[in-house]
Design a binder for this molecule. Sequence first.
Ligand code: SAM
Length: 461
Amino acid sequence: MATIREDNFKSKTGRHEIEALLSLISSSARDAMNEYESTGKGVPHVGSSELHELDSVYDILPLKRAIGILEGACQRLCTTLAPPAHVIGNRMAMSFEPACLRVSVRACIADILSEFPSGMHINELSLRTCIDAEKLSRTLRLLVLKGCFREVSTNVFANNRLSLTLLSSNPISASVRLFTEGLNRGVANFYETLTDPEFAYSHEPSKAPFMYDFKETTEHSDMWEVLKSQPKSRESFNRAMMGWSNITGAISALRCPVWSDLPNHASICDVGSGIGGFTIRLARQYPSLKLTLCDLPPVMAQAQTFWNADYPEAVQQKRVDFIPINFFEKIIGGYDVYYMRHIIHDWQDPQAVMILSNIRKVMTTGTRLLVQEYILPQLVEDAANRSVLNLSNPVYQPGSSKLYNLDLMMLVALNAKERALNEYVNLGVMAGLRLEKHWEFAETSLLEFRIMDPKSQISAL
Ligand SMILES: C[S@@+](CC[C@H](N)C(=O)[O-])C[C@H]1O[C@@H](n2cnc3c(N)ncnc32)[C@H](O)[C@@H]1O
């Protein structure tokens, strides 16, 4: 039996598989080009010094789908054709790119270059940044090779489409900082925490790899406590969340019919809202909704400052409230919709059930709970998934590798995790909630829960 399975597998490898991957690459690249061309602005060049019209539109689902297939197919193609030693050699050196991105964000290289569209000499950049010219040029060159920044003539660097995304005014620059510095300390300690007896088998947020550097102090219990004690990092974290939402296209959940179907003046409570990266767009798109942001007290203070600067009319017209809460203690009742984005993935099951149960306590039969999260696809290699032409294979799903990276990032930051759909269903059941609907928006999903009939709760448990 084992031999037959192996033979089947062998017959699907080699040239046949490569030819199939090449056609996938060709068709998905054409789909992506069509999206750009549909704007009338054509397909961008990698060296383009301006953003394309689509570059700041973060929720184009057909583009995300095409890129998901393209990335999956290119990755499979290179991994198949390159010698394994070559592939591993490339992957083990991947940490340099984030390090170089971090340098360019910390030193505000894109901001400096934005004043010099035709380029700036490295000696001038070195004077402005107080970084050695030779070291800086080598740092930038690695990024140039990967399509970020241009070297327009020897040692003269200029911005391009990718580097413009690193401008400090773009919240994606805060996401780069979050991933490449704060969280990276946890990444560097990952192995140590898997073997240190105090950390290895603990699933407490206080024993996440990120907390390893703080192990000699009793001052902070988890990453949220660390952020509380560092207002600048807290502020940067909140901006990073907005950047991350742009990266994953999470804002596409605004397209869900659930919002347009709500009656005028419906009330929405965003639980663990951060500064309101999602809610501020919801407020602009649906001006009749009454919105409430709820998060820890320091975050609410920052949220008010952000809304006063970015959307003062909503604050003046009292369309938005800011209420400090601790979602482990109490959720305020009386809303038509409770919305939660990227909260459950921050916690292990017992805490996740506690948050959901606290919301469940204030829900009535008409109340909806909308949970926006990443849904982890299963990577089990069954016969169907082996076929390179099976587009439901997770390698072709938009943002798949980002999602698996994120799962480890949640482990590193908070000892938490991303989950598969059935795990969300089970958490709901444990909190007395049933999954009513599931919408997919490229990299994230929106799950609608309603309160469960108490009898079915008992049988499901
Ligand atoms: C990953 S962020 C998501 C923020 C926002 N929902 C978004 O998608 O941009 C998690 C949020 O949970 C908040 N949080 C953590 N512990 C909390 C608690 N006990 N009560 C209320 N909010 C909390 C954090 O302050 C943070 O803003």
